[in-house]
Design a protein around this ligand. Structure first.
Ligand code: PLP
Length: 383
């Protein structure tokens, strides 16, 4: 018999049941429900992360990402982590200590960019607007001409406010003043018209769990030639080992040098999510998102509710709905979840207590989901 000086403590050895998750309809700011084909793809058996079969899959993921983003950028990869990891990779690799970075702050994710850029030694210039507003090209021009930043960072789709930042023309400005254009496309990729190359975006990142309908855990990132030049000419190394693109790009490039083990099954999932984007086609996908959103907006108006963001800059993927006077917004969201299995979210920051956030992203952007939500919301409000 095996004798040990130390006995095993069973205090934490709990007995739990096999996992059985409730059938939620995820209509909040993310995650959205994964497409069933994505979940199925993720359950494929693993291969090694340098297996020829996996290398072929990596190439396919990169090529399909280029389609989804409308870019030819060679350095287009999925980062191992959620959207925030790709955000941090974008910042860590583009901002050097002392670099000025102008950041559009009109919501929660602009704030997060400021936090990250500051941690990497950037001289952060906050360009502020009320939550729900967007920046005009004149406002961006005056900030860039005044501060002469190395990087201008904007959030294309502010998931905290439901506003879409127009990007047409911004890159001309960035080229005129020789700065990089960095854009958060987490809630726009695969749901909202977006042309990385035609709009001159130098750096973009996204997430898998929003309009791509893949679970969270893998996050697209693309660096264009101007951004790669800046990266290759840094005076100091990238101060984040895990997200250092000078090393990560050698794994995703032709060298295939081991850096860290890619999350194999997340890549299976992302591949399937991107295959779904390519199958449907971007124009059809953008139109589907637009159509479901318009159906939602019309239905909300029918039950007396108003949207926070004006129609011209309202996102089809995320709608902020004003909570009527006297209504307990949190209680409504809780009842939707417990009685109807529907998740929506409360507002954050400046919009805390003022709005609900409703996402219609990817696989979830369908008329039946709009009808289900509107019906449930009307019943809950009429209590
Ligand atoms: C969700 C989101 C992120 C962060 O993604 P995580 O997956 O939560 O890490 C960043 N930017 C925007 C605009 C988002 O909506």
């Amino acid at each position: 018999m095996l004798t040990m000086a130390q006995t095993v403590n069973d205090l934490h050895r709990i007995t739990t049941s096999q996992l059985d998750t409730p059938p939620r309809l995820l209509l909040g700011p993310g995650p959205s429900n994964a497409h069933p084909r994505v979940l199925q793809a993720m359950s494929n058996r693993q291969v090694g992360h340098l297996d020829p079969a996996f290398i072929a899959l990596m190439n396919e993921v990169q090529e399909l990402l280029r389609y989804a983003w409308q870019t030819d950028n060679k350095l287009t990869i999925p980062v191992s982590g959620t959207g925030s990891a790709a955000m941090e990779a974008a910042v860590a690799n583009s901002v050097e200590p002392g670099d000025t970075i102008v950041i559009g702050v009109n919501g929660y994710f602009g704030e997060r960019l400021c936090d990250m850029a500051g941690r990497y030694g950037g001289n952060v210039v906050r360009l502020e607007k009320a939550w729900g507003d967007v920046f005009t090209i004149d406002e961006l021009r005056s900030a860039v001409s005044q501060h002469r930043p190395a990087v201008l960072a904007l959030v294309h789709a502010e998931t905290s406010t439901g506003a879409r930042q127009p990007l047409e023309g911004v890159s001309d400005l960035c080229r005129e003043f020789d700065c990089l254009l960095l854009v958060d496309t987490v809630t726009s990729l695969g749901g909202v018209p977006l042309f990385v190359d035609a709009w001159g975006i130098d750096i973009a990142y996204s997430g898998s769990q929003k309009a791509l309908s893949c679970p969270p855990g893998i996050a697209p990132l693309t660096f264009g030639p101007r951004a790669v030049d800046k990266l290759n000419n840094r005076a100091s190394g990238v101060p984040n080992w895990y997200l250092d693109l000078t090393m990560v790009s050698k794994y995703w490039g032709s060298e295939r040098t081991y850096h860290h083990t890619a999350p194999i099954n997340m890549n299976y999932g992302l591949r399937e999510a991107l295959r779904l984007v390519a199958e449907e086609g971007l124009e059809a996908r953008w139109a589907r998102h637009r159509n479901s959103a318009e159906m939602l907006w019309d239905g909300l108006a029918d039950i007396g509710l108003t949207c926070h963001v004006p129609l011209e800059t309202r996102l089809p993927t995320l709608t902020t709905v004003r909570i009527p006077e006297g209504v307990d917004g949190k209680a409504v969201a809780r009842t939707l979840l417990t009685d109807y299995n529907i998740e929506i979210a409360a507002g954050l920051g400046q919009l805390g207590g003022k709005v609900w956030r409703v996402g219609l992203m990817g696989f979830n952007s369908r008329p039946e989901n709009v009808i289900t939500l509107l019906g449930a919301l009307e019943r809950v409000l009429n209590g």
